[in-house]
Design a protein around this ligand. Structure first.
Ligand code: 6PG
Length: 472
């Protein structure tokens, strides 16, 4: 491909970068790759793919791209992104497009986009989901940035994206950092779903005394019904993966301390900044954090030991658990979508929530059968503020209420922790309350800090000298 200019450039040839590059090449686009590591570049060039060329010299790499240039970075979030931009700047021309395909914090993307815009460059923050496999064979992608510039790259992304009924799992998300914001919320929902699946495992194992084989059977069944989703499917596979000796599950050898790169925490932080509750995601983040306190938990388990087995038959409980999972899963998606609704308003992202649900149906980690229902709900009503108000969702949620109430209350009585399940029903019961007890909070704030309160049916703010009323 001596003189042929490339349509796409990739900076960072780790697993994600090289897989995405090869996916692009597979779809007939000449693609150039850059990495400082000679080994990574050699690996790429050794493939002898006629559509791919790797470089260790950034000038040669940029020179190999046709104008306007389209370059994507797939490097770790943080300072490295700024370093790469710095290095690229003298080599680029006005109108070139730089895409950050990593999990950068949306506020960093906002700053970068504004800075590069001043220089006449288009900066895209693009969430990419689907892991290594997705990058190679079809991810879900969430590009945010200049809408005009998106037209230059749209055909490439639509070609390489995962497809659901031939519809590509990529769509222009909105301006500025909206793409990274949406990917962050995707990850928040991912944390919540993973926590709910783990708590289902806890309920079946500790509460019902089921063995791994029986638990696998349940996840297998769920993979085929309305709970179908990528995370449930991989869970069923985990429950059949043996250790090296082949005498028990590898899962049983894995430490119960969950790590996190931080996108779940960012979702909770971002939601609190917007005054928008996502308690299921908060709980999922907190439980990963609690899992790290192994020594403390071990000590506490000796003091407060014991939990009961549940009394009804496991087969009966599995039916309740299916309903409970459905209920909590719907709440997890609903809270995430609510956060997107609010962010769209406050940050002026102009998000089309139906399009977001549409591109999450395939390729990404939270893809599931239910996303089709979310897509339909926002298609039917683009202004839908909360998914729990959708007609179809209402009917299904009402049917699953006895299941979630039974599972959570019996687990509490038996001493089994299901914090995300419990959070989902408490959120729901509060969400459906016209009157909350927050009038008391206002009275307390005014009592101790003269923070004032508002009255029902009367304009203005009021303060009372509450202490004067204390009876002697
Ligand atoms: C994806 C994932 C991915 C994320 C991992 C790990 O959409 O492909 O969200 O972006 O890095 O899920 O995240 P944690 O290390 O925080 O669990």
């Amino acid at each position: 491909m001596a003189a042929k200019k490339c349509a796409f450039g990739m900076i960072g040839l780790g697993t994600m970068g090289s897989n995405l590059l090869l996916n692009i090449a597979d779809h007939g686009f000449a693609a150039a790759g850059f990495d400082k590591s000679e080994e990574q570049v050699k690996k790429l060039n050794d493939l002898e793919n006629e559509n791919v060329k790797g470089f260790t010299d950034i000038k040669e790499f940029v020179g190999s791209l046709k104008s306007p240039r389209t370059l994507m970075m797939l490097v770790p979030a943080g300072k490295i992104v700024d370093d790469v931009i710095e290095e690229l700047l003298p080599l680029l021309d006005k109108g070139d497009i730089i895409i950050d395909g990593g999990n950068s914090h949306f506020t960093d993307t906002e700053v970068r986009a504004a800075e590069l815009d001043k220089k006449g460059l288009h900066f895209f923050g693009m969430g990419i989901s689907g892991g290594e496999e997705g990058a190679r064979h079809g991810p879900s992608m969430m590009p945010g940035g200049n809408k005009q510039a998106y037209k230059e790259v749209r055909h490439i992304f639509e070609a390489i994206a995962a497809k659901v009924n031939d519809v590509p799992c990529v769509a222009y998300i909105g301006p500025g950092a909206s793409g990274h914001f949406v990917k962050m919320v995707h990850n928040g929902i991912e944390y919540a779903l993973m926590e709910l699946i783990s708590e289902s495992y806890e309920f079946m194992q500790r509460g019902l005394g089921m063995d791994n084989k029986a638990i696998k059977g349940v996840f297998d069944k769920w993979s085929k019904g309305r709970l179908q989703g990528f995370l449930i499917e991989i869970t069923a596979e985990i429950f059949s993966f043996k250790n090296a000796k082949g005498d028990h599950l590898l899962l049983d050898d894995i430490k119960d301390e969950a790590k996190a790169k931080g996108t779940g925490k960012w979702t909770s932080q971002g939601a609190m900044d917007l005054v928008l509750p996502v308690p299921l995601i908060d709980t999922a983040v907190s439980m990963r954090d609690l899992s790290k306190y192994k020594e403390l938990r071990t000590e506490a388990s000796k003091i407060y030991n014991g939990s009961d087995k549940l009394k009804d038959k496991p087969e009966e409980y599995i039916k309740h658990l299916e309903k409970a999972f459905y209920f909590a899963m719907v709440n997890a998606y609903a809270q995430g979508m609510h956060l997107l609704y609010k962010a769209s308003e406050v940050y002026n992202y102009k998000l089309e929530l139906d399009q977001i649900a549409k591109i999450w149906r395939g390729g990404c980690i939270i893809r599931s059968e239910f996303l089709d229902k979310i897509y339909s709900a926002f298609q039917a009503n683009a202004q839908l503020e909360h998914l729990l108000l959708d007609k179809y969702v209402q009917t299904e949620i009402k049917k699953s209420l006895p299941g979630i109430r039974k599972v959570v209350s019996d687990a509490v009585n038996a001493g089994i922790g299901l914090p995300a399940f419990a959070s989902s029903i408490s959120y729901f019961d509060t969400f459906r309350s016209e009157q909350m007890p927050s009038n008391l909070i206002q009275a307390q704030r005014d009592f101790f800090g003269a923070h004032t309160y508002e009255l029902i049916g009367r304009e203005g703010v009021f303060h009372t000298d509450w202490a004067s009323n204390v009876e002697a």
